[in-house]
Design a protein around this ligand. Structure first.
Ligand code: F6R
Length: 600
């Protein structure tokens, strides 16, 4: 949430900053700004709206070979030009961008900034005013920055310019991600390596509560107490083609199309030399010791967790609970004697999940993160990591990361089952190959699926998804996808549950999308469809070969019953995509959302 960039070097920084912000727009896109420094001081450009709007506001004649930039997802203060970053202190000497939330900003304002008039409604302005105040009181910029950081409670990634110290960007982070990128005669700062791949693939990871002094030819990492820290750079292994839209109109469509390839990549990544699926022994050992697994996640990743529970219980025979991260930390259930925690997070940065990880680490419990981003906070802080290998997911609506999560959970469950001497009765590699082909068949049916979306959803204001067993969990995901990008009010229900109240909402023509891929409850779900149809609903049945009936709207190819979610979700992703497209919604950047939710 919110993206930060910085550049210090010999070139004019404006274009590098703007391009970097375009790459970070997935992190927030309600307002943006840049500040550049040259002989005339610091010039700030900011605008409400997208980076494209900011571009229009930037004066091309103003040059500066040091600069910082920010794209915002509002937390404190509505999206507006005045609340957009960068923010400056009253004297305009200090200019700062910030990602995160300063929880004690009211106290800091009351205790240290009495009489200072604030321009914006943001917590961020407090930080820059605080630094200005401490410098007025006699501290150096670095000392003032360090003092402010020690006083601040909450999460932050910060880049700071001092008009009187032209050769430096001051940088710090706590809980929010931030990297420094290394170049020849320049260095950069970015929330995500993707932003600066245009100029370098060498990055240094920053740790919480460090201050980093970035100059064009040096990067000095210090603890808040001033001790030097040495840290080797790493190479960001992201292919530029992974982060370009290519010929696709939207990242979401590209990412939906990538799913068959992602399935194959995951199988390869988890195959050992003997071609058998393999998981690091220390992870298997930890799972073996656990008497209960607790899956913690949010949103789409939570929906993947619900299916992960089925896999781990049915294949590996380990009891599992699945919890919404934002609730768990504040309302922890009674835990088993030997719990193990599994965090599922595409980004690896979700603050709601991280607060749980911090708590359970304090309690001494083992943890595993399943994430798409190597080196992300949840990956670094958990005991173990399994990567999704889905490639960068840029559309705000998660698609390929969800199916990758299911695939990795299935592999984890299958390998654990084997380690526990349980016979699966099927070859997961072979079944996953069938799944990859089945997904391909669905992404090749875009025209048919687009027609379903326009027949059923073009004018509706609401929509229900029903399913039983694993279809129920896929329905929850289908509903989330539809509402987040098309703004159609959509809810997922267990097939038998709608009649316990919500059926009151069914009117003439209300679309009800029913999934019917679970053989043991095929007749039951069809009964539930009849109940809503009798009350005027317009049902769309998505079934599977072997269980289909005349009149079903869409029939999926058969795959192993446990793996049906990997296939049944694809038409739901495409239906959401086309519903949003036909309603002129911004598919990749839906309103009010951001990709990486780094605030609680
Ligand atoms: C929906 C979506 C969100 C995320 C959720 C958790 O399409 O992407 O619901 O799944 O914000 O994010 P991660 O997986 O990064 O922890």
């Amino acid at each position: 949430m919110c993206g930060i960039v910085g550049y210090i070097g010999e070139k004019d920084s404006k274009e590098i900053l703007l391009k970097g912000l375009e790459r970070l727009e997935y992190r927030g896109y309600d307002s943006a700004g840049i500040a550049v420094r040259n002989g005339d001081g610091i010039t700030v450009f900011k605008e409400k709206g997208r980076i494209a709007d900011l571009r229009g506001a930037v004066d091309g004649d103003v040059k500066g070979n040091t600069g910082i930039g920010h794209t915002r997802w509002a937390t404190h203060g509505k999206p507006s030009r005045v609340n957009a970053h960068p923010h400056q202190n009253t004297s305009d000497r200090f200019t700062l961008v910030h990602n995160g939330v300063i929880e004690n900003y009211h106290h800091l304002q009351r205790d240290y900034l009495a009489g200072v008039e604030m321009e914006s409604d943001t917590d961020t302005e407090i930080i820059v005013q605080l630094i200005g105040r401490f410098v007025e009181e006699g501290l150096s910029t670095q000392e003032a920055f360090s003092k402010a950081l020690k006083l601040m409670k909450g999460s932050y990634a910060i880049a700071l310019l001092d008009a009187e110290e032209a050769q430096t960007i001051f940088v710090a982070k706590n809980k929010s991600p931030l990297l420094v990128g290394l170049g020849e005669d320049f260095n950069v700062v970015a929330s995500d390596a993707m932003a600066m791949l245009q100029v370098t693939d060498q990055f240094v990871e920053l740790m919480d509560k460090e201050i980093v002094i970035v100059r064009k030819d040096s990067v000095e990492i210090l603890t808040l107490e001033g001790e030097t820290v040495e840290r080797a750079p790493f190479t960001a292994e992201i292919d530029m083609s992974d982060i370009d839209k290519g010929t696709y109109p939207h990242y979401m469509l590209k990412e939906i199309d990538e799913q068959p390839a992602v399935m194959r990549k995951i199988i390869q990544a988890y195959q050992g030399e003997d071609e058998k699926l393999t998981i690091k022994p220390e992870i298997l050992d930890a799972l073996q010791i656990a008497d209960r697994l607790y899956i913690i996640a949010a949103g789409t990743s939570y929906h993947a967790g619900l299916i992960g529970k089925e896999y781990l219980e049915k294949m590996a025979g380990i009891p599992v609970e699945v919890h919404v991260a934002s609730e768990f930390g504040y309302n922890m259930p009674l835990l088993s004697e030997r719990p193990m925690f599994i965090f599922i997070s595409q980004s690896g940065e979700t603050a709601d999940s991280r607060q749980v990880l911090v708590r359970i680490k304090e309690l001494g419990f083992p943890s595993l993160t399943i994430t798409n981003v190597a080196g992300s906070t949840l990956s670094r802080e958990a005991n173990h990591t399994l990567l999704l290998h889905a490639g960068p997911e840029i559309a705000v609506a998660s698609t390929k990361a969800y199916t990758a999560q299911l695939a990795v959970l299935a592999i984890l469950a299958a390998v654990t089952a084997e380690a526990r001497g349980r016979d699966l009765g099927f070859d997961l590699i072979q079944e996953m190959g069938i799944v990859a082909n089945a997904i391909q068949s669905q992404v090749d049916m875009k025209e048919e699926i687009e027609k379903l979306a326009s027949d059923f959803l073009s004018t509706t204001r609401n929509c229900f998804f029903i399913g039983r067993l694993m279809d129920y969990f896929v329905g929850l995901e289908g509903a989330l996808k539809l509402k987040e990008i098309s703004y159609i009010q959509a809810e997922g229900f267990a097939g038998g549950e709608l009649k316990h109240g919500t059926i009151a909402l069914i009117e003439e023509g209300t679309p009800v999308i029913a999934l019917a891929t679970q053989e043991s409850v095929n007749l039951n779900i069809r009964g539930n469809v009849k109940e809503v149809a009798a009350r005027g609903a317009n049902p769309m049945i998505i079934s599977m070969e072997g269980q289909s009936e005349d009149g079903d709207s869409h029939v999926l190819p058969t795959v192993h019953e446990l793996l049906t979610p990997l296939v049944s979700v694809i038409p739901l992703q495409l239906i959401s995509y086309y519903a949003a497209l036909h309603r002129d919604c911004d598919v990749d950047k839906p309103r009010n959302l951001a990709k990486s939710v780094t605030v609680e």
